[in-house]
Structure formats: structure tokens, C-alpha cells
Design a protein around this ligand. Structure first.
Ligand code: GCB
Length: 612
């Protein structure tokens, strides 16, 4: 192919390609894998400054005829005297970006950038025998390619899930280099698709590290309390490379409980631990136990809470008791500095505010949030709605898009399934009511149930109006355990007072959560109750909403939109929005608005919602 190009067109590009040494063809790259509890493994952090090259035409990877180059920028070459052709890049002379971090908020010229950026980082390493080494990526938005010492190690699609690339065969003793290309271009057939109401933060947005495991290792496990009277902890452990008949042991020393299981031919061992005097995890008592898992030479210790979650008629039962979910929505937007949230401190600030509001529940919109957030929720006792990025109008009739959504859902569940805090897997947000959509999301719901039968399935639906009656009859409701819906009475439609006259007809005898309502207010902007964009107007929406919500008999929770202002390019109103969605109860700089205190009062005095 290359040869014929050179013959048919003697261009600068062709000459260039022929003059640079090319590596021997490498093995086909293995797809990245999920490692449950990756953040609990001994790791070498690769966080810090990485050299970067902005590459809007992706010429570091693709030739002038759009073929993948064999001598792309992943070789990390440097020009030297005597080179037969030009080397037109040099990472060592290039500006750096901090990892983890989105590029948009780190360099002014990248604020609106959508396209590929290259990253390069050196590290020293001493490989050990009988050890496999994985490059662990917390998230890279949206598509990413990774090479170590010039060899491709993996490609990944999806901007909000973690993945692990096997680099065992390419890591060498001494100095190594890793190169990544990350492309945040929005595409119609991506998940999410072209339209979203949040900033398309690009880059290596979460931590990157090297994880060492033995040759045969525990890659996934699921340990949870069985529904029922609650004296059995059950689950399974999967051992990568394990042989049928190999033993696995799970111990919870504090409960003096140990159980063993035997791998079957699929590499998975089922375990059951009888426990007595278990202190159940709940928002009031977020008790976490050390759980030790052993398999051959591998062992991992995780911190896991035990609770049950189920529905009974229109109730939601946490540990067998009806609960009302006093919630709030949260984007992974960093408080104070803006940009992607990715530190323990970000998580503790956001969840700390949610608790101060009186919440026992958060909807982590609109994509899986990172491990720091989920660990903090486990620790701080906050129940979580975890969501995949099936947002608005995807190409629901495209099988490739379904495969992308399934892959992201698998990664979300396989990574996060041991967090007691997570009670719901949400399949979608505000999708159009079409047969293709219903089939697509019903398929996802079935998959989520198969992967994790211990949690509840939900989605945020749209609402239809018949005069002053709001109707929830979206056929997708059939596939859900808990019906979520979003409504914006007083903001996108009608007036705040219209809520007083609004009736609800909900065609499902299932628990209901109002998963969004609200309106924009600029912190510090004051006026009358009818002056849009003021704190008073937003507070007025909340007052009327709270009265209305109490008239929905099967209401079991709510998560107004949203805890903190967040960046969105759809919100350009100068002097008010300035490219922030201002529906936060708190500004991006931490100022609490009047509506915060209205909701806080309702939550702490429990004047909204009844579990039964
Ligand atoms: C919605 C969306 C959310 C938006 C919000 C808004 O219905 O689910 O992602 O940000 O409305 O502010 O318009």
C-alpha cells in the first residue's frame, strides 16, 4: 500500500514516511480491562506534569492519506544531526499539562478546544518476575490511544470510566515513556452524542498509575449483603488466568467470618459468608468493613459497607425499612477552581455541602463519577444514583451506538459495584419517546440487572402535559424499578405558582423520584419573586415545588437540579450566566443562594416527603 503511494505520487509526505525507521509490526493490542478495586492496589502514580502537543489535524497519528502511521509521535523521537528526514515534534521542548486534569481550564488557548492532544511522560521502572503491570487510567475523555516505549498498548472509547491496559510485555528496566493521544471531538454516534448541557472537558481527566498484580490475579469481585433477613454476605470473585478448581478465600476479620469458594470453568468462584452482629451501612451509620480476598499469590483488601436496597409496591426499602431520598444532583465540576472534579478534596467539598443541605442522597449526573467521589460517598454516608451517559437523543437505531453504551455500562458496574453508597443504576436522561429508544434502553436495563441483580434500575424520564395535569406514561417506565422524571415548572414552562395547580397522573405503581427541577439564579443578584435570574425567583420556584411534590402520593425522593453552578457552553448570557448553568443552589465559588436555605429547612425539618 505504502509502496504504491510512493510510486504514484512522489510527495513530500511519501518521502518523509519512507525515510524514518519503522518498528517491527507489533502484536494486535489487547482491549483494556476493568480491574475492580484498582484504587486499592499498590500503585506507582504517573500523575504530574506531562509534555503535550496540540494536534487538531491528528497528523501525529495519521498520514497525509489518512492511514495510521507506523512512525507517529508515539515513538517520541527527537531530532538529531544526521537525521535523514525531519522530526517535526519534540515532547521534551513542549509545554506541559497537569494529569489528572482537563486541558480546557489549564491553558487559555484550550478553553474551547475539541480535538486530539498528545501527552508524554517518562517513568522509571524495575519489572519483577511473575508480575503483570497495567497502566490504570481513571478516565480519558473521549477516545484515547496509549503507547509505552513506542508500542501501542490499548485504545479506549468513553470519557467517564476507568480502564487498564496490559503493559507487561513492553515495560523495561530503567527509563520508560508513555505516550497518550486523547481526542474529545463530539460525534453523532458517540455516547454521549453531539448535544449535552455540560462542558466537554478533554484530556486525562482522572489519575493515571501503574498497577502491579501477580500473573494470575483477582480482576473482579462483587461482595454484598443478600436481600432478606440479612445474615448472609454473598457474591463472587473472578480470577484472571485462574484454573477451574482453584481456591478463593474471602475474610471479614472484624466479623470473624471467612468463606472459601472454588473457581468454575468461567474463572469465577461463588462465596457465601454467614455473619452475625453485622452493623449495616446506612447514611446514619456508614460502617465500612475491611474485606480481604485471597486467590493463589494474589490478595486485595477493600473497604465495603453492607446494606440492602429493594422496592415494595411504591416504597423504597433501605435495609428493609422505607426511606425518603432527600437528594440533590451533582456534576463532576470542581468547586472553586472549576474544571473536572477529580480529587478527594473536591468530593468532600461537594458531598459536605450536600450533607449540610440535609441530603441523604445524591444523583451523580450525567455520567459515572470517579472513585474518589464514590469512596467519599461510602465514607460520608450518602446514597448515590449512578448514571451512564445515555443523554438526550442518541442514535438509538444504531447497533454500534448500543455497543458503545453497553461497554460504558459494563465498565461503570464492573468498576463500582462494591460501593454500598450506590443504590441505583440510571440508564438514561430525558430521552425521546420512540420505539427504538425504548428498545435500546430496555436492552441496557436487562444488561444492568444481569450484571448486578442487587441494585435498582432507574432513568430520568420526560413528562407530558394535559392541561394542568402532568402525565408520566412513557413506556420506558416498564423497564424500571424506580421512575425518575425531570420537570421545570416555573423555569422552562409556566410560572412558579403554576405548581400549586398542577396535578400528577403517574401510570406506574412504582416508587417515584423527581430527579430534576429548578431554575437559574446568579449568586448575589437580588430582586422580587418574579424577577428571573435573581435568588428570590429561584427561591420562589423551590417554595412552590415543595408544596406540589408533597401532593404526589408515591413520591419517594427528589434530587433538584443542581448543587453547584457548572460550566456549559449553552449558557452565554453575559453578566449572568457567562457560560455557567446557574441552577446551582451554590455558586461555583461556594456562595450559597437563598434557595439553598429553603431546601435545607425542608430537608432538616422533614417537611417534604414521606417514605410511606
Ligand atoms: C435538564 C437536563 C440537565 C440540564 C438541565 C437544565 O433537563 O437533564 O442536564 O442541565 O435540564 O439546566 O436545563
Amino acid at each position: 500500500m505504502m509502496h504504491s503511494i510512493k510510486l504514484s505520487c512522489v510527495s513530500l509526505g511519501a518521502l518523509l514516511l519512507s525515510s524514518i525507521p519503522v518498528l517491527a509490526a507489533s502484536e494486535p493490542v489487547k482491549p483494556p480491562i476493568v480491574i475492580t478495586g484498582a484504587d486499592m492496589r499498590p500503585a506507582t502514580s504517573l500523575n504530574g506534569e506531562w509534555a503535550t502537543l496540540v494536534d487538531p489535524y491528528f497528523s501525529g497519528l495519521f498520514s497525509f492519506h489518512h492511514e495510521e502511521k507506523k512512525n507517529g509521535w508515539f515513538l517520541n523521537q527527537k531530532a538529531k544531526s544526521g537525521d535523514t528526514g525531519p522530526i517535526e515534534y519534540d515532547f521534551s521542548k513542549s509545554p506541559t499539562l497537569k494529569v489528572p486534569g482537563d486541558w480546557n481550564t489549564q491553558r487559555e488557548s484550550l478553553f474551547y478546544y475539541e480535538g486530539p492532544i498528545w501527552y508524554e511522560h517518562d517513568f522509571t521502572y524495575q519489572p519483577k518476575t511473575h508480575t503483570r503491570i497495567f497502566l490504570h487510567i481513571g478516565a480519558a475523555n473521549y477516545r484515547s490511544w496509549f503507547w509505552v516505549n513506542g508500542q501501542k498498548v490499548c485504545e479506549h472509547e468513553g470519557g467517564y470510566t476507568s480502564f487498564n491496559c496490559d503493559v507487561t510485555a513492553v515495560v523495561r528496566d530503567g527509563v520508560n515513556f508513555v505516550v497518550a493521544a486523547v481526542d474529545n471531538t463530539r460525534r453523532e454516534d458517540n455516547v454521549p452524542t453531539l448535544e449535552t448541557d455540560w462542558w466537554n472537558y478533554g484530556g486525562l481527566t482522572r489519575s493515571v498509575s501503574l498497577i502491579e498484580v501477580p500473573d494470575t490475579f483477582i480482576d473482579q469481585y462483587d461482595i454484598h449483603l443478600s436481600r432478606g433477613e440479612g445474615s448472609i454476605i454473598e457474591g463472587w470473585v473472578h480470577v484472571e488466568g485462574g484454573q477451574s478448581g482453584d481456591k478463593v478465600e474471602v475474610a471479614i476479620p472484624e466479623l470473624k467470618s471467612t468463606a472459601s469458594g472454588v473457581l468454575s470453568s468461567d474463572g469465577r468462584a461463588i462465596v457465601h459468608l454467614a455473619v452475625s452482629a453485622l452493623e449495616r451501612w446506612s447514611p446514619e451509620t456508614p460502617k465500612l468493613y475491611k474485606v480481604e480476598i485471597h486467590a493463589g499469590d494474589d490478595s486485595i483488601t477493600d473497604l465495603i459497607g453492607f446494606r440492602t436496597i429493594e422496592t415494595r409496591g411504591t416504597q423504597i426499602l433501605l435495609n428493609g425499612k422505607p426511606i425518603f431520598l432527600r437528594g440533590i444532583c451533582i456534576h463532576a465540576e470542581a468547586p472553586y477552581r472549576t474544571g473536572r472534579a477529580n480529587t478527594d478534596k473536591d468530593a468532600e467539598t461537594l458531598l459536605g455541602w450536600a450533607k449540610e443541605l440535609g441530603s441523604n442522597f445524591v444523583r451523580l449526573a450525567h455520567y459515572p463519577h470517579d472513585e474518589t467521589m464514590l469512596r467519599a460517598a461510602d465514607r460520608m454516608g450518602v446514597l448515590v444514583w449512578s448514571e451512564n451517559p445515555v443523554y438526550w437523543a442518541l442514535q438509538f437505531d444504531n447497533a454500534k451506538v448500543l455497543a458503545k453504551a453497553e461497554q460504558q455500562l459494563d465498565e461503570e458496574i464492573e468498576t463500582s459495584r462494591n460501593h454500598a453508597a450506590i443504590i441505583f443504576w440510571s440508564m438514561a436522561n430525558e430521552t425521546p419517546n420512540t420505539p427504538a429508544r425504548t428498545q435500546f434502553i430496555t436492552t441496557l436495563a436487562a444488561r444492568a440487572r444481569e450484571l448486578d441483580p442487587s441494585r435498582l434500575i432507574t432513568a430520568a424520564l420526560l413528562v407530558r402535559a394535559e392541561g394542568y395535569t402532568k402525565v408520566i406514561d412513557d413506556p420506558l417506565g416498564k423497564a424500571l424499578d424506580v421512575i425518575g422524571f425531570n420537570e421545570y415548572i416555573g423555569w422552562y414552562e409556566q410560572r412558579p405558582e403554576t405548581a400549586d395547580q398542577t396535578q400528577w397522573r403517574i401510570d406506574y405503581q412504582k416508587p417515584v423520584i423527581v430527579s430534576e427541577f429548578g431554575g437559574d439564579a446568579k449568586a448575589g443578584l437580588h430582586g422580587g419573586d418574579n424577577d428571573r435570574w435573581t435568588e428570590e425567583y429561584q427561591a420562589n420556584i423551590y417554595r412552590h415545588q415543595l408544596g406540589m411534590l408533597n401532593r404526589i402520593p408515591q413520591l419517594r425522593g427528589m434530587s433538584p437540579w443542581i448543587l453547584m453552578d457548572f460550566r456549559s457552553p449553552n449558557r452565554p448570557l453575559t453578566g449572568i450566566q457567562d457560560e455557567f448553568n446557574r441552577k446551582g443552589l451554590i455558586s461555583d465559588q461556594g456562595q450559597k443562594k437563598a434557595a439553598f436555605y429553603i431546601l435545607q429547612k425542608a430537608y432538616t425539618e422533614k417537611t417534604v416527603g414521606k417514605p410511606e
